[in-house]
Design a protein around this ligand. Structure first.
Ligand SMILES: Cc1ncc(COP(=O)(O)OP(=O)(O)O)c(N)n1
Ligand SMILES: Cc1ncsc1CCOP(=O)(O)O
Ligand SMILES: [Mg+2]
Length: 212
């Protein structure tokens, strides 16, 4: 089973990114997506190598945002691809069956396509407005998640779905009732000054109904 909490990194420099990722790992995050936009290939590669090393030390999953070739080059655990990034089918053909490929969705049809093309999990959003990402797709709100997850059930489509976009602690329980698998968050963890406590609270809510 995939972990239910994915941390999406933030930071405008390699140092800021490493600091934020290290803090998140130290506080208990076990899945990191490195998201480092508009940077040189040299800096992005240097960061990716350092993050891979850190994630190995903490036994955390490590995936790369957008850049499949970088993920392949550094042997990351996988990649997250958006609707305007490389197609999932092409990515699967390049990465093979053992790597994680996540795909962004904003509609039920996006999810149907991703499943057909061999995606491993879905990042469905945005849940609400967030300043972390520019050019957001239409906001789904709680009712959007209910409708889309309901359609998935009716059509017997099974794939882990992660809610994303402006998510706060109080949103977790209502979101989990829509039958999502987990959440992908950036700002809530990056901006917290009590990360250990926050991640413990998040995991309590995310794993509340998991029978071990
Ligand atoms: C888990 C997860 N879900 C969605 C996204 C968004 O991906 P994308 O639409 O490609 O936007 P950018 O993150 O590349 O700006 C994500 N990164 N992770
Ligand atoms: C990458 C991405 N895609 C849709 S919303 C978003 C940003 C999520 O970050 P935050 O948790 O800070 O809103
Ligand atoms: Mg992208």
């Amino acid at each position: 089973m995939y972990h239910k909490l994915q941390y999406i990194s933030q930071g405008n420099t390699i140092e800021e990114q490493l600091y934020n990722i290290h803090q998140a790992l130290d506080a208990g995050c076990d899945w990191v997506q490195m998201r480092f936009k508009n940077q040189t290939a040299k800096d992005t590669f240097a960061l990716a190598e350092a993050v891979k090393f850190l994630c190995e030390e903490y036994l955390a999953n490590f995936i790369v945002n957008d850049n499949l070739y970088l993920a392949q080059q550094i042997a990351a655990d996988g990649v997250h691809l958006g609707l305007t990034d490389m197609k999932i089918e092409e990515a699967r053909a390049i990465l093979g069956s053992t790597k994680i490929i996540g795909g962004t969705a904003n509609t039920f049809e996006d999810i149907e396509n991703h499943v057909k093309n061999g995606c491993d999990y879905i990042g469905l959003g945005p849940f609400r407005f967030t300043s972390t990402k520019e050019k957001l797709s239409p906001i789904l709100g709680l009712s959007g998640y209910f409708d889309i997850l309901e359609k998935m059930k009716k059509n017997k489509i099974e794939i882990p779905v992660y809610a994303i976009g402006g998510i706060d602690l109080k949103d977790i329980s209502p979101l989990m009732e829509t039958r999502i698998h987990g959440i992908a968050v950036s700002g809530m963890i990056t901006n917290s000054d009590q990360k250990k406590k926050l991640i413990q609270q998040l995991n309590e809510k995310l794993y509340a109904n998991v029978i071990v």
